[in-house]
Design a protein around this ligand. Structure first.
Ligand code: ADP
Ligand code: MG
Length: 265
């Protein structure tokens, strides 16, 4: 990918699947880090009250005074008061912790409750090329906020038997948000994760996913490797933890696909 002479306005990508454990957080960290390696300015948004994205970048969520929750709920607070730099040059983090679970309830009574995150991110867009939102495993109001803010959705799907279960509900939600709240939203891709080429089963699931989603499926497939759980413990992306690994190469390939599918104008 060619280097950039100027940055932004950022494309917002929601990493979304209401199923847990499919690779949303892992993909957010490593796609972000790979895009940053290619010279893109990246902001990662932890939008799961579990704070796994923050933990995966070496931040202890319990020790945070200000999180994305405060940015959503408090007028007058600016993003620089909440933003954290990560160890990856060019990649910043809006961290989160359990406080965010209150937002789901508190937002219900707000005006334009679905666009709180979009409003909070707007002033940041000129400073970045990509904003990636790590969604929580539900289709509740927080996830609808992420979809309302986003230009693009990436859906990680684990190459396991029940991978496609629930995906229809997800695509319906995306369509509804697109019709009612955010006509710019596009499903840019289905990302097959935890693929094990040694099993017939993984290959069959991948074939079914391609059959169901055709062109929407990224060519990049993320293999299953213990290297990813290791990176969580290390608190850094695989691109720095094991720069020459197959996993790092896969996320770099995904980054190139995202640059092509969802370019920053
Ligand atoms: P989600 O955010 O969708 O809940 P995570 O990214 O947290 O999913 O992944 C769930 C668990 O699976 C984590 O322990 C993570 O380290 C592990 N994991 C993620 N991707 C892979 C992979 N490609 N191979 C093996 N383990 C993985
Ligand atoms: Mg997660």
């Amino acid at each position: 990918p060619s280097p950039l002479t100027e940055h932004g306005p950022a494309k917002i990508v929601a990493m979304c699947n209401q199923k847990g454990g499919v690779g949303k957080t892992t993909s957010t960290i490593n796609l972000g880090a790979a895009l940053a390696e290619y010279g893109r300015r990246v902001l990662l948004v932890d939008f799961d009250p579990q704070g796994a994205l923050s933990v995966g970048l070496g931040v202890n969520p319990m020790e945070l005074d200000l999180t994305v929750y405060n940015l959503l709920m408090e007028r007058g607070l600016t993003a620089d008061e909440v933003l954290l730099k990560t160890a990856v040059p060019g990649m910043d983090l809006l961290p989160s912790n359990i406080d965010l679970s209150a937002a789901e309830v508190q937002l219900v009574s707000e005006v334009a409750r679905e666009s709180a995150l979009a409003r909070a991110l707007k002033p940041l867009l000129p400073d970045y090329d990509y904003v990636i939102i790590d969604c929580q495993p539900s289709l509740g109001l927080l996830t609808v906020n992420a979809l309302t803010a986003a230009h693009s959705v990436i859906v990680p799907l684990e190459c396991e038997f029940f991978a496609l279960r629930g995906v229809a509900l997800l695509t319906e939600t995306i369509e509804k948000v697109c019709e009612r709240l955010n006509p710019d939203l596009r499903l840019d891709g289905i990302l097959a994760t935890m693929y094990d080429s040694r099993t017939v089963h993984s290959r069959e699931v991948l074939a079914r996913v391609v059959e169901a989603f055709g062109e929407h499926v990224f060519h990049t497939v993320i293999g299953r490797t213990v290297r990813f759980p290791e990176t969580t413990v290390a608190g850094e992306p695989i691109t720095t933890y094991a720069s020459n690994s197959v996993g790092a190469a896969a996320y770099r390939q995904l980054a190139r696909e995202v640059l092509a599918r969802c370019p920053v104008e």
